[in-house]
Design a protein around this ligand. Structure first.
Ligand SMILES: Cc1ncc(COP(=O)(O)O)c(C=O)c1O
Length: 434
């Protein structure tokens, strides 16, 4: 029997009368038949207002690395509620978290907190411009660094407006962006060192920094080619530019030290968010002392009322307690279950005669309906979107929630039983596709 979404539909209609567009983030439109209303989440599962149960692989778009409502994190936060929330002053949890993060993360001489990934990216960009005295920043097609004007550029460029692959044009992805905001963004194809080298040569002495998702996620889950990250780091060093890894989504997900630990390349600055506080709003920039300290020594402005608030700090400390326990033993266990899921989905696609590539790593992957594994945005944009949406809808009908691009996030709460249930549901979903 197909699930009913009648109550979500009615609630959404009513919400639209009061809340612009009925959602608080445009990303939430990507849901059928309407943005669903959830009553609660627990572990790997979400429970919607119609009484449907979803094994959730969206996980709030990444943060819920420990599953929904992880008891130890909730308890740690609850303990702090009566202490207060924002002091416009310092508190010891901020010190404790900073001490732990600088000890844990390679290259993190200093950290500074923000409340969202978008804001932390802006902090990093301001830092690299102030540090180098240059203005231009290299950004890659398909990479997402938040929704503000200066970086919401060439995230999903299409057709002629994006120009030729070897000389892409900066394309703002939203109406209403200030036209000048993207003037200093130099757009490049990712995973191609020659292209990056040319970008540096075209703007000699002008590039302040290079920002990238070290494993592309938002424009298709794609691994860096062997040697690419090392090569990018070397080019930055050669041209006096700062390398920024945006690990908002890969941080604490691809391992305790994120993509940089997994691939063995430490950038100058890193942005972390999402999984670091298991769902509470928290982000940070971590990096080299000489760059980070110019916030104080040169007065490079960074502010934010909610930065370092008591509950987010408590959530991050409790999350780190769990993630670092037994030297990060949780990660190999997650990887093993994720590997089983990736292989299982691949095998089911073959069984049903469906052409599918499973790309990424076990804690973050994508089931791509595409002819060959892509290396960058231009190639991943060739995926069959209609088929991806149909598969996502079929999975939802079978009680499994993935986004409409069929990207899958895994949490520590997805146990073997959840994986088995998911594979059985996917088996049925594939029959709905053909
Ligand atoms: C790589 C990356 N950077 C930045 C952001 C923006 O973070 P936030 O949504 O917390 O502002 C996101 C959000 O998905 C992201 O995936």
């Amino acid at each position: 029997m197909m699930p009913s979404y009648d109550r979500s539909i009615a609630l959404y209609e009513e919400t639209r009368r009061h809340l612009a567009g009925g959602v608080s983030s445009n990303v939430r439109y990507a849901s059928v038949p309407v943005p669903l209303f959830f009553a609660r989440g627990e572990g790997a599962r979400l429970y919607d207002e119609d009484g449907n149960v979803h094994i959730d692989y969206i996980l709030g778009n990444g943060p819920a690395i420990l599953g929904h409502a992880p008891p130890a994190v909730c308890a740690a936060v609850a303990e702090t509620l009566s202490l207060g929330q924002v002091f416009a002053g310092q508190h010891v949890r901020e010190l404790e978290l900073s001490r732990r993060l600088t000890a844990l993360l390679p290259g993190a001489d200093l950290v500074r907190y923000a409340s969202s990934g978008t804001e932390a990216v802006q902090m990093a960009l301001r830092l690299v411009r102030a540090f180098t005295g240059r203005t231009k920043v290299i950004k890659f097609e398909g990479h997402y660094h938040g929704w503000v004007d200066s970086v919401y550029v060439s995230v999903r460029p299409s057709g002629n407006e994006a120009g030729p692959a070897e000389a892409p044009v900066a394309v703002s992805d939203t109406p209403g962006a200030a036209p000048g905001a993207i003037a200093d963004m130099v757009i490049c194809g990712w995973n191609d060192l020659d292209h990056l080298r040319r970008a540096f040569e075209t703007h000699p002495g002008d590039i302040a920094g290079v920002i990238m998702e070290p494993m592309m996620v938002n424009g298709g889950v794609i691994l860096p080619k062997p040697g690419y990250l090392e090569g990018a780091k070397a080019l930055c060093a050669q041209h006096g530019a700062v390398l920024i890894f945006d690990e908002v989504i890969t941080g604490f997900r691809l391992g305790l030290t994120g993509a940089q630990g997994r691939f063995g390349v430490v950038p100058d600055l890193t942005i972390f968010a999402k999984a670091v506080a298991a769902g509470f709003p928290m982000a940070l920039v971590a990096g080299r002392r000489d760059i980070m300290e110019i916030m104080q020594t040169q007065g490079v402005m960074h502010g934010g009322t909610y930065n370092g608030n008591v509950q987010s700090m408590a959530a991050a400390i409790a999350t780190l307690d769990i993630l670092t326990a037994d030297r990060g033993a949780l990660y190999p266990a997650m990887e093993a279950r994720g590997t089983r899921l990736m292989h299982g989905l691949g095998a089911l696609a073959a069984k049903h005669g469906v052409k599918l590539h499973v790309t990424g790593v076990p804690t973050m992957f994508q089931t791509m309906f595409i002819a060959s594994v892509p290396a960058n945005w231009r190639e991943s944009s060739l995926l069959d979107r209609d088929r991806a949406m149909a598969f996502s809808a079929a999975l939802q009908a079978q009680g499994v929630r993935v986004n409409q691009r069929c990207a899958w996030f895994l949490s520590a709460a997805h146990d073997d039983a959840a994986i088995d249930e998911t594979l059985a549901a996917a088996d049925r979903a594939f029959t709905m596709l053909v």
